[in-house]
Ligand binder design. Structure first.
Ligand SMILES: [Zn+2]
Length: 136
């Protein structure tokens, strides 16, 4: 198998995995790729910047509000505390009044959303074609 961490191959390899393994890889890829990092390059909470706590995967747009489940643009690392306090609230409604909100983290998050939705808009079609051709 080719070693490539581009989004095409990531999606392709996810489709080959058992669901539990695919979910683990998906989560790991978000933790690895999200721009905001801790002081030693660790994954950090997208909202408050904590990096020394166990991180969860948060849906920016909650599933209850129609946010997609496994979409990279809608998935960010979040500490347990942010994830549970945000709950089903709207992103900015919840985030901006928080003491830990910062312009820098908001820009990092918006960049993630734009870049990841751009990437998926330009890769899904190729993926589908490849799958229909039955090519390896
Ligand atoms: Zn947090």
């Amino acid at each position: 198998m080719r070693e490539d961490h581009g989004p095409n191959l990531l999606l392709y390899s996810l489709s080959e995995l058992r669901p539990s393994e695919a979910r683990r890889k998906f989560r790991q890829s978000i933790f690895e790729d999200y721009l905001l990092r801790g002081p030693h390059g660790q994954a950090a909470c997208a909202y408050c910047g904590k990096w020394h706590e166990r991180l969860t995967l948060d849906h920016i747009v909650a599933k209850s509000k129609g946010g997609p489940h496994y979409a990279r643009w809608n998935s960010v690392p979040a500490c347990f505390s942010c994830n549970s306090s945000k709950s089903n609230l709207g992103l900015f409604e919840w985030w901006r009044p928080q003491r830990f909100w910062s312009q820098e983290r908001e820009e990092a998050l918006m960049t993630w959303v734009y870049v990841q939705s751009f990437v998926s808009a330009h890769t899904i079609e190729g993926q589908t074609k490849g799958a229909m051709d039955g090519k390896e």
